[in-house]
Write a protein that binds this ligand. Structure first.
Ligand code: GLV
Ligand code: MN
Ligand code: MN
Length: 404
């Protein structure tokens, strides 16, 4: 039961990481791009060699299934295969790796399960290409469909990109909408420093933080940089810079664990001798307490409406409520970890995960493994191979309890 003999997690991850690999060792794999299509094909082909039934749905979520003997109940586990711009090998990919390796190892050891086991490779979680996050799990869970007219930075719409990618996958894989599982499990790297600091190889997630994301559009007046006196300018970039600094100061006053990030900013027309007329930037704000995030949103809107000489539009495109993990599944994780003589802790997740979407519909549980130096969303993401294996061993034991 403890041995995961057929493949090391790091080998699976390294192979998957070839799709979208960058020279600096990182990975950029945006939903529906060529690297993403190649990665999804690879994951599904690999699953087929393990005897899993492989299919996609109309969002390009990948499903890899061992049919159960008795019930038509499905237990699902997995994560996403898209990455942030210049991300690492592990975020999302580890959860897919873990689900596939744990399930195939179980079937090799114990044969056909009673309940159906499905490993899921979600199409998109990061919100890195289109102004939307979790579009894959939202579709699978039947929470919301993503608007087809959302655009990426090149002007390609979500609908066009989806249609093109899914029709390429459909040449090889059946396109089948899948039923909801009875529960969902996700393994993920912690993406923070806590487990490493405490010397633990595994952590159980208690809840996932509330987070909101916005696009803020600042409209001023494009004009000549040499002839327009300072007092007559309507400079969108200076207004945006002031607004961002004010919000950062306000975030500091509210205090941790609130986190506030502006990770994207575009300036138009983007010339050194032209006063910027249009600036767009993103805002990502998170806290375990929904009320505090609501309070920050109100402040953002107030400060935006008070910014002089420009107009500021605030569009919220993500609002996820905190997700509480299932007590029974959490308790079972605790027992399985303790039985192996391992120390662990319970911790909340500041990062968003597909689990928070699945949690709107079914009981969920999550396990973290440590991230070296707490680094994630970076080519420097790293988790020690032994910790990767420990996480998968626990997931395998949990799936055994649930499916056999
Ligand atoms: C997902 O990776 C997030 O930004 O939390
Ligand atoms: Mn992730
Ligand atoms: Mn991520």
């Amino acid at each position: 039961m403890e041995q995961l003999t057929d493949q090391k997690a790091i080998d699976y991850l390294t192979h998957l990481g070839q799709f979208g690999r960058l020279e600096n060792g990182g990975v950029t794999r945006f939903v529906y791009d060529d690297a993403w299509i190649a990665a999804m094909n690879h994951v599904l082909r690999d699953a087929r060699t393990r005897g899993m039934a492989a299919s996609v749905d109309s969002y390009g979520n990948g499903f890899m299934t061992y049919q159960g003997k008795t019930a038509d109940q499905v237990v699902a586990a997995g994560s996403h295969i898209d990455t942030v711009n210049q991300g690492g090998l592990y975020d999302g990919a580890y959860g897919v790796t873990a689900a596939v390796l744990a399930m195939s190892s179980l079937v090799a050891e114990f044969g056909q399960p009673k309940k159906t086991m499905t490993a899921v490779a979600f199409s998109e979680e990061e919100g890195s290409r289109f102004p939307t996050s979790f579009s894959g799990s939202k579709h699978y869970a039947g929470v919301t469909e993503t608007a087809a007219d959302l655009q990426d930075h090149q002007g390609m719409t979500f609908g066009q990109a989806r249609q093109s990618a899914v029709s390429q996958l459909a040449k090889t894989w059946p396109v089948i909408e899948q039923p909801l599982p009875i529960e969902f499990l996700e393994l993920h790297i912690e993406q923070g420093p806590i487990l490493e600091e405490k010397g633990l190889s595994v952590g159980i997630v208690s809840a996932i933080c509330e987070q909101k994301r916005f696009t803020v559009t600042v409209r001023g007046q494009t004009n000549h940089a040499g002839t327009t006196p300072q007092h007559l300018r309507r400079d969108a970039l200076k207004a945006a810079a002031k607004l961002i600094c004010d919000l950062d100061e306000a975030a500091g006053k509210i205090g941790e664990p609130l986190v506030f990030t502006v990770g994207e900013l575009t300036v138009q027309p983007g010339s050194s001798n032209v006063i910027p007329g249009l600036v767009k930037f993103s805002v990502d704000v998170r806290h375990p307490d929904k009320q505090i995030v609501d309070q920050f949103e109100a402040l953002l809107r107030k400060k935006a409406s008070q910014t002089p000489k420009v107009t500021v539009q605030v569009d919220r495109w993500l609002d996820s409520r905190p997700a509480i993990m299932d007590a029974r599944l959490k308790h079972q994780f605790e027992q399985l970890i303790a039985k192996r003589g391992l120390a662990y802790m319970t911790l909340p997740s500041g990062a968003g995960h597909d689990t928070q979407i699945m949690n709107l519909k079914v009981p969920t549980a999550m396990l973290f493994v440590p991230s070296r130096n707490g680094i994630s969303h970076s080519p420097k993401e790293y988790t020690a191979p032994a910790d990767l294996e420990t996480g998968i061993t626990i997931l395998k034991a949990q799936l055994y309890q649930e499916c056999y």
